[in-house]
Design a protein around this ligand. Structure first.
Ligand SMILES: *Cc1c(COP(=O)(O)O)cnc(C)c1O
Length: 480
């Protein structure tokens, strides 16, 4: 067998399977209905002593995962904030695996290092961030927080006369973090990793619209003069709320604070002329995070960190050794990233941006927002449902109401979870639940490039059937 033949059979098998999987998404349930036991049984067993031909490995893999692949690339998947994968991004990602470069430094993969440089510049332009900002391609917003907040920690402690990279945090001046009570949990985790700890966080309440109040921020910052990080959001996980950056950032800067923005998905709104105004002033901040694997529809994993102060960014992460090779004038990813060996993550982003172009990105954002609005208002107006939050961008909330006249909020909470589970059980659409301001709600999140009016119609019809069935059964019980 020639070497060539070793590749062809497994890769062709994977290709045929992948294309079938993606093309037949409309015929399959969106949910993953295989049981935990079934998956463990099919995939498990002792590690065999003898190996298998690669095509047999592939064949059995595809057979054994049946029912265990969640349809999160489907046009009718509205859970969490996930996104599908654009054809060019997916295909480019296959090539990343085939090329198998270690994207740690330029010398290990010159083309991928340059692609990363270019894609980082394009993203800054799309988001309207400062042209001089530095960036890193990381696994997601979680690690982008670690990267940005590592740069913040460096800068704030340098100003306080403390070299955190040399001395660590033992005996360092304490850093305070001021942020919104409706922040994402990845922020606490980043603070834990960085040694700042959850106790450094001061949470401020937000308005009904999910925004921090400028006077409350001013007051909190005036209480003590201390190195401070203010964390704002461009798109919170439940309702997509964006803070009033143009007012908040100058207040934070007057108090010498570093302003970090969690823009995991919401920063994409800046790429659309229709929604850009929601992010007015976001470019004034000191660092920003965003995910390609959400709204840009790159495959997992792909997140971005941007830092307005490249020296602080590099100060926190740069790493040089005697055995690495440096190329004059090149950008070495390891100077900006927390990882050492890593995947050429920028390539799918580059491909996605080239497939869509500026207009395509704006169109993707606009369409997603319109479909989210239609889903929330149409499902929310069905008998037995209520709109809990009408989307401003691509996130909204619906609540389902217990029809009994004496029903309490706790009954509506139970009803909401029941209806979400029943809609998911139809296999027609997938939604998640959340507790928003003390109440259970169904989250509606749209960030898949394939979601269209037909997908929305099918999801609304599934919700209508579930609600009709429940009401019909209850009426029968009442009458019988
Ligand atoms: C998804 C999300 C995160 C976490 O991002 P990962 O890419 O999963 O690490 C953080 N903040 C917000 C607002 C998010 O939506």
């Amino acid at each position: 067998m020639t070497r060539h033949d070793q590749w062809t059979a497994p890769l062709e098998y994977a290709f045929r399977h992948a294309v079938k999987y993606l093309r037949e998404a409309d015929l399959r349930p969106v949910g993953a209905f295989a049981t935990l036991d079934a998956l463990r049984q099919r995939l498990g067993g002792p590690l065999p002593d003898e190996g298998l031909p690669s095509e047999q490995v592939l064949d059995e893999l595809v057979r054994d995962v049946e029912g265990g692949i969640l349809g999160s690339t489907s046009a009718r998947f509205f859970g969490w904030v996930i996104g599908g994968t654009l054809p060019a991004a997916l295909a480019a990602d296959w090539l990343v695996s085939a090329w198998d470069q270690n994207a740690a430094i330029h010398a290990c993969g010159p083309a991928e290092a340059v692609i990363e440089e270019i894609a980082g510049e394009w993203l800054k332009r799309l988001f309207g961030l400062p042209a001089t900002a530095s960036f890193a391609f990381v696994s997601g917003t979680q690690m982008a927080h670690v990267t940005c907040l590592g740069a913040a920690r460096h800068r704030l402690l340098v100003r306080a006369g403390w070299d955190v990279e040399e001395k660590g945090l033992f005996g360092a001046p304490a850093i305070r973090v001021v942020t919104s009570s409706e922040r994402h949990g990845s922020i606490e985790r980043a603070l834990r990793i960085l040694g700042l700890g959850k106790n450094s966080v001061r949470s401020l309440p937000c308005s009904h619209a999910g925004q921090l109040d400028p006077s409350a921020l001013h007051q909190a910052l005036s209480e003590a003069a201390q190195p401070t990080i203010v964390i704002l959001q461009a798109g919170d996980l439940n309702i997509g709320a964006c803070d009033p950056f143009a007012e908040l950032v100058p207040i934070a800067h007057e108090h010498g604070a570093w302003v970090h923005v969690d823009g995991a998905f919401g920063l994409w709104a800046a790429a659309s002329p229709r929604y850009r105004h929601l992010l007015r002033g976001v470019e004034l901040a000191d660092s920003w995070t965003n995910d390609g694997h959400k709204w840009l529809n790159t495959p997992f994993d792909c997140g971005y960190a941007f830092v307005a102060d490249p020296q602080a960014h590099r100060g926190a992460f740069s790493h040089r050794t005697s055995y690495t090779m440096y190329v004059d004038g090149a950008r070495d990813q390891i100077d900006w990233n927390p990882e050492w060996s890593r995947r050429g993550r920028a390539v799918p982003t580059y491909a996605a941006l080239r497939q869509l172009g500026r207009d395509g990105v704006a169109d993707l954002v606009n369409r997603s927002c319109a479909h989210a609005h239609a889903l929330v208002t149409r499902i929310g107006s069905l008998p037995g449902a209520a709109v809990a939050f009408e989307p401003t961008i691509n996130q909204g909330l619906v609540r389902f109401l217990d029809p009994r006249p004496d029903a309490t909020e706790a009954d509506h909470d139970r009803r909401t979870d029941l209806v979400i589970a029943q809609i998911c059980a139809t296999g027609e659409a997938f939604f998640g639940g959340t507790t928003w301001r003390g109440r259970r709600c169904m989250r509606v999140s749209v960030c898949n490039w394939q979601t269209d009016t037909a997908a929305v119609d099918r999801a609304v019809a599934a919700a209508r059937h579930v609600l009709d069935d429940l009401l019909a059964r209850e009426t029968r019980l009442d009458n019988g």
